[in-house]
Design a binder for this molecule. Structure first.
Ligand SMILES: Cc1cc2nc3c(=O)[nH]c(=O)nc-3n(C[C@H](O)[C@H](O)[C@H](O)COP(=O)(O)OP(=O)(O)OC[C@H]3O[C@@H](n4cnc5c(N)ncnc54)[C@H](O)[C@@H]3O)c2cc1C
Length: 531
């Protein structure tokens, strides 16, 4: 470690640069003009789940054919009885205003030749209500938000800065905290990867916007940054975490062995009329749900999983051959292009697909104001459990959740920011006694092992025996990793492994504790109880 400055102070510290972190940063910086806003992100500016979002953002835009009530109802049905109805109502009703803001920030959404927004349909939606930018909606949102952030003077945007742990009484007063006391967050310890130094970022307000954890599974649509760091950090700091057992598996990732992360074939493709066929070319969704291909994700993913188990084959197919090619290509240029690079011409070839881990519905508990159970720690986006998704997220509701909760957190802070004191006497990171890790290969092995355990035992369909096995194996990994972590010089790989193991543990433990099947959660040893 070198001897450069290690301690920094800002009014707002934002961990993550997806839709939730960036939109919160813009609001905070533009409203509190004198305040300092720091965004830290572990990779490049735009690298995030947001960047890969294809389908779009759900919102009731055309009230002559759609209504808030229908969007609310669709969300509640997908959530299978576990949504918080008040939260669903709040998010759905906030949506048009938040979308208008995104447009004011420069995000462009597709329009029809008549100049109206081109609204797409996805599984579980009873109306066309998905605003999109071709099949690259997330990349367009990141482009627009980053352009705004870059021209906002009081925002400092630091890339390759990895948040290791939140700072609470545990570090400041050097004592063990308890879940029963009121804990306060004072910022975070952050590894500056390029300079190899752990910095102290003290802050009045910390916003956790660090996204999801798809990387705990082998097959996932999530980029490599999605390692559950935020959930693990918050859990270690004793924040309340819940409903992490509800992992959403996307039914149709492109089956292309060796490609990680898996390329997504957006749900909007089924919304546009694509048909699922088994390995031998037969349709099968009618056996599982009257909505067939447009049933919600949990149902379609389980149906495919079942078909794969029966056939013993690695994939099913998505048939787009009957769709009008020019329209398809215009709406899905990225997917069309990707298929072509693999020799798949959607005019005559079926697209091979299989399910992949895609989204975590639970996470760090936040209330309607984006507040976690820890004082001055807010949360927004995929890292959180808000009550919007219940047991299964409705397609295209998550980008929306991110901007709505970033806004709600900001609104709450307009009431109380002035009363928050600047944290003082925050100790620097203590790295005495650590040595350089000469066996990095152990980290790679363990990372693969977490993924293997989770894919084999805590996948789409679980059982009591599988969950027990997962827990036992994760325990061994946890102990091995703790030894390595306590004695080694820190690296991003090592910290991510620690977080992957913690998140995997939480998913497994919460799965064991759940005593009924709901939405995306299915344990063959349980039945579904009516609420
Ligand atoms: C392929 C794909 C397609 C999708 N399509 C859609 C869609 O069409 N519509 C929809 O609504 N949703 C979609 N989703 C889900 C949606 O993209 C995400 O839920 C949403 O973008 C999450 O936003 P976020 O801001 O919470 O997190 P993210 O966008 O994931 O951002 C998290 C940020 O935190 C950073 N970070 C993480 N850990 C640390 C750390 N320790 N230190 C510093 N920085 C850290 C990351 O680098 C990243 O910048 C899709 C997801 C994927 C993967």
């Amino acid at each position: 470690m070198n001897a450069e400055k290690k301690s920094y102070n800002s009014d707002f510290l934002i961990i993550g640069s997806g839709i939730a972190g960036l939109s919160f940063a813009l609001k905070a910086a533009n409203h509190f003009k004198e305040a300092s806003v720091t965004i830290i992100t572990k990779s490049e500016k735009s690298e995030s789940n947001t960047k890969y979002a294809q389908g779009g953002i759900a919102t009731v835009w055309n009230e002559t054919v759609d209504s808030f009530e229908q969007h609310i109802e669709d969300t509640l049905v997908a959530g299978d009885g576990l949504c918080d109805e008040d939260v669903v109502k709040m998010v759905v009703e906030d949506a048009p205003a938040r979308l208008r803001e995104l447009m004011e920030w420069g995000a462009i959404f597709d329009k029809t030749s008549k100049g109206d927004f081109s609204l797409g349909r996805e599984g579980g939606h009873s109306q066309d209500r998905i605003l999109h930018h071709q099949d690259l909606t997330g990349a367009e949102i990141e482009r627009a938000l980053i352009a705004q952030v870059d021209k906002t003077e009081n925002i400092q945007f630091l890339t390759h800065h990895f948040a290791i742990d939140l700072i609470t009484e545990h570090q400041v007063k050097k004592r063990q905290t308890s879940v029963l006391e009121k804990i306060t967050c004072y910022g975070a310890y952050v590894l500056d990867e390029k300079r190899n130094v752990v910095k102290t970022f003290a802050a009045k307000v910390t916003m956790l916007a660090s996204g999801g954890n798809g990387q705990v599974y082998f097959t996932t649509t999530n980029p490599v940054v999605a390692t559950g760091d935020g959930i693990a950090m918050a859990y270690r700091a004793m924040a309340e975490v819940s409903e992490v057992e509800f992992i959403q598996f996307h039914p149709t990732a492109l089956y292309n062995p060796g490609e990680y992360p898996a390329f997504l074939i957006s749900e909007a493709v089924r919304g546009a009329g694509a048909i699922l066929r088994d390995y031998y070319g037969n349709r099968f969704m009618h056996k599982y749900d009257v909505r067939e291909e447009l049933a919600s994700r949990d149902i379609v993913a389980r149906a495919i999983d079942h078909e794969l188990k029966i056939s013993g084959m690695p994939n099913v197919y998505l048939d787009c051959t009957h769709l009008e090619y020019e329209t398809f290509k215009n709406h899905f240029p990225n997917i069309t292009e990707k298929c072509l690079t693999l020799g798949i011409d959607v005019r005559k070839d079926f697209i091979p697909v299989s399910p992949a881990a895609h989204y975590i519905c639970g996470g760090v508990n936040v209330n309607k104001k984006g507040k976690t159970s820890i004082k001055n720690l807010y949360g927004a986006g995929e890292v959180t459990r808000t009550g919007l998704h219940g047991a299964n997220r409705l397609a295209s509701n998550s980008l929306l959740e991110g901007i709505v909760f970033a806004h709600r957190a900001f609104e709450n802070l307009t009431q109380r920011f002035d009363k928050i004191k600047t944290p003082k006497n925050i100790p620097d990171w203590n790295d005495s006694g650590v040595v350089k890790n000469m066996e990095k290969i152990l980290i790679t092995h363990d990372r693969n092992e977490v993924k293997t355990i989770m894919s084999n035992y805590v996948g789409i369909v679980r059982s009591n025996e599988r969950l027990l096995r997962a827990e036992r194996k994760l325990h061994v990994l946890f102990e091995d990793n703790k030894r390595l972590y306590d004695h080694s010089e820190l690296s991003v790989d090592l910290c991510e492994l620690r977080n992957l193991i913690t998140t995997a543990f939480l998913i497994t433990r919460f799965s064991k504790a759940r005593k009924e099947n709901r939405g995306g959660f299915h344990n063959v040893d349980l039945i579904k109880k009516e609420l």
